[in-house]
Write a protein that binds this ligand. Structure first.
Ligand code: C2E
Ligand code: MG
Ligand code: MG
Ligand code: MG
Length: 295
């Protein structure tokens, strides 16, 4: 009986694995098509200077409108792209379109306005491609942008898996003048010792730490330590996933330089983002009440 039950379980397991595999293969095929057929787009979430409330930059986030499935979130298709060879093409698409959009933002600005800056997410595997640096340089050059206008974000986990190979490419990107940021900092397993040797310009404190800030737990101490260490090493510190006025107030009190989150602004369409750059809109300010943030 136990054997039969075991066999049944195995069969069930196989069936669900097969289904998962099939769905993955389908998504991979669909994603390849999406790259050719304009099903991808970019959203732009403002990153704010937490002291002044001014917009510092934007983060480009890829969106996929699947013809049958509707919106497929990046958390579903980025891992599929990373496991197949598609990530290189996807990153190139994102880079080219993000830079073209940055150029378009610039055209909407009054003369004399500071040049807008953009963060783009890339994968750890991109950092291991021989032609990656020239791809980045080409995207900047063909849009007349300065390397300093672009920061590439790499998640801590995908970076640490390939650190040996990635370091060389990261060094060359820094020589070019592009900013580098460790994304989702605190969720991977990079030791603090690495932080001082990585050629990065900023780190982004993962949302999970920001979300636990209001619980008056030791997480506040962790966030405080990361901010202090980051600043001591000369890095810009960015908090992600700010959702409540309380979290915002605490991060400001801790001296966190930059931040983003639904409280301040959601990822925006290019048109909405362009309006934010043009009028230099600030978030409601340090003394705001929760209702002031309602949009
Ligand atoms: P990430 O780079 O850490 O981006 C932040 C994610 O959190 C985004 O989700 C954003 O929409 C969301 N977010 C922003 N503020 C808040 C908030 O206050 N609360 C909550 N709960 N979420 C917030 P999204 O766009 O679904 O992207 C998920 C992840 O997919 C990104 O995490 C990034 O790792 C990856 N990703 C997105 N676009 C790209 C891309 O163009 N290329 C690559 N390689 N990865 C991308
Ligand atoms: Mg990111
Ligand atoms: Mg992040
Ligand atoms: Mg994240």
């Amino acid at each position: 009986r136990a054997k039969a039950a075991g066999r049944a379980r195995t069969a069930l397991f196989d069936a669900s694995l097969r289904a998962q595999l099939a769905s993955q293969v389908n998504l991979e095929r669909d994603l390849r098509r999406a790259l050719e057929q304009q099903q991808l787009s970019l959203a732009f979430q403002p990153i704010y200077d937490l002291a002044s409330g001014r917009v510092d930059s934007f983060e480009a986030l890829v969106r996929w409108q699947h013809p049958e499935r509707g919106a497929v979130p990046p958390s579903t298709f980025i891992p599929i792209a990373e496991e197949s060879a598609l990530i290189g093409q996807l990153t190139e698409w994102v880079l080219r379109h993000a830079c073209a959009q940055l150029r378009a933002f610039e055209r909407d600005l009054p003369p004399g306005h500071a040049r807008p800056r953009l963060h783009v997410n890339v994968s750890g595997t991109d950092m291991c491609r021989a032609n990656f640096v020239s791809q980045v340089a080409a995207a900047l050059l063909s849009n007349g942008l300065e390397p300093g206008q672009l920061t590439l974000e790499i998640t801590e986990s995908t970076l640490m898996q390939r650190l040996d190979n990635a370091l060389d490419v990261m060094g060359r990107l820094r020589e070019l003048g592009v900013g580098l940021s460790v994304d989702d900092f605190g969720t991977g397993y990079s030791s603090l010792a690495y932080l001082s040797t990585l050629p990065i310009t900023s780190l982004k404190i993962d949302r999970s730490f920001v979300q636990r800030l209001q619980d008056q737990t030791s997480d506040a101490e962790v966030v405080k330590a990361v901010i202090t260490l980051g600043h001591a090493l000369g890095k810009t510190v960015i908090a992600e996933g700010i959702e409540t006025p309380d979290q915002l107030a605490q991060l400001r009190a801790l001296g966190c330089g930059l931040g983003q989150g639904y409280l301040l602004a959601r990822p925006l369409s290019p048109e909405a983002a362009s309006a934010v750059v043009a009028v230099e809109r600030r978030w409601p300010g340090p003394d705001a009440r929760p209702s002031d943030f309602a949009r």
